[in-house]
Design a protein around this ligand. Sequence first.
Ligand code: ACO
Length: 422
Amino acid sequence: MSDFAEIKIGDSVISLPIIVGTEDEKAIDISVLLAKTGHTTFDVGYKNTGATKSAITFLDGDKGILRYCGYPIEQLAGKSTFIEVCYLLLHRELPTAAQLADFEKNIAAYYELPAEVIAVLDVLPTNMHPMGIMSTLLSTLTGAYPADLEPNASEETHWKNAFRILGHMPAMVAYIYRKQNGLAYIAPSADLDYCGNFLNMMTGKVDKDVVEALNVLLILHADHEQNCSTSTVRIIGSSQANIFASVSGGNQALWGPLHGGANQEVIEMLEEIKAVGRTAEEHISMVKTKTAGVRLMGFGHRVYKNFDPRAQIIKKYCDVVLEKLDIQDPVLGIAKTLEETALSDDYFTSRKLFPNVDFYSGIIYRALGIPMDMFTVMFAFGRMPGWISQWRELRAAKEPIGRPRQVYTGYTSRDYVAIENR
Ligand code: ACO
């Protein structure tokens, strides 16, 4: 097969190189298109735009494949721990036992929150959404480590910043929750592992089954290649903004209901269906008429067009967790009926709409005792190693500043008219 694609504009034909990834995915490199032809490309929502080369996560949306550094998500979710997956995403290799112990020690050194973060948390309004607070706290880390914000800092400083973010995350998440609910801060414990320590700070208790469930959920969220929030992290980082600012911005992007915010929206949708006594068929029909702008939250994905492998793992896990914790959640039944109804409806099948990772995750978070407005923060907690490793990859490759083009559709040039003449 040719290594070039040809584009014909008028009478001129130009050749553009085809680049091929390690999984044989092919991309036409259009970087010279503007200079050679005066044309840009047009792709609203970047539906088919490759913005980077990345060696971290591979996904094939048609086949429902998701792998971190080559390792299938099913194997990682079944056999690994979140902290080991953090190591994998940052180093691109699985650790030895000694390497993992060292990594955990470096992270645990930052379990305590810096005074600056506590001071900011103490003055934020208690009615502020936890996602807004989370972004503020991540930004506040610039005040805790002002000497280490240089984009071209040493490798040692970049690693330290990664350890700081991963180390502070559990206490930040737990303290946001406890503060908003008028509960006292629980100090981190060096005797517990990463997830156990988080659960203890959040809920004051550590249960083996809950720790296991949390590990799986966080692993499933740990990275997802160039999604909306990760692309945000990379684009902020491309301006050479520091890592704390970049992940703070990524967190804001995650908040939206079409992205990470969907996990909260799913439970709100299920609760509403229960409260008003609507049937699954009635809800599906509201979605299909599109009149009220109602979407089936937790369904559909930009890339997955057959199934989301994370949703399949979560669905199975949902049953296991609820049974282990002996919880009967009526919204689980509603979710299952909605899913079955949608999957046998032409509206959804013809548009290739399937449950995504957020469809069942909220039910598990709820079973673990995590309140609804913290669900998206939990997503951010899981996604953090992905954001950090994508930021580091961008910096290491010295990628240029991200700056898309546009096709201008406004007025052409016109003369200013003095206000008295308008
Ligand atoms: N419910 C009903 N219809 C839907 C849904 C849905 N959840 N998702 C897409 N559609 C329909 C659209 O109305 C559109 O129909 P049309 O062709 O008749 O106009 C068609 O399917 C294509 O939808 P788009 O919005 O163009 O697809 P896109 O790839 O831009 O959006 C997205 C993907 C944002 C995930 C979308 O499916 C959605 O809004 N889902 C609900 C929110 C959600 O669950 N988000 C979480 C995603 S996973 C994550 O971020 C972790």
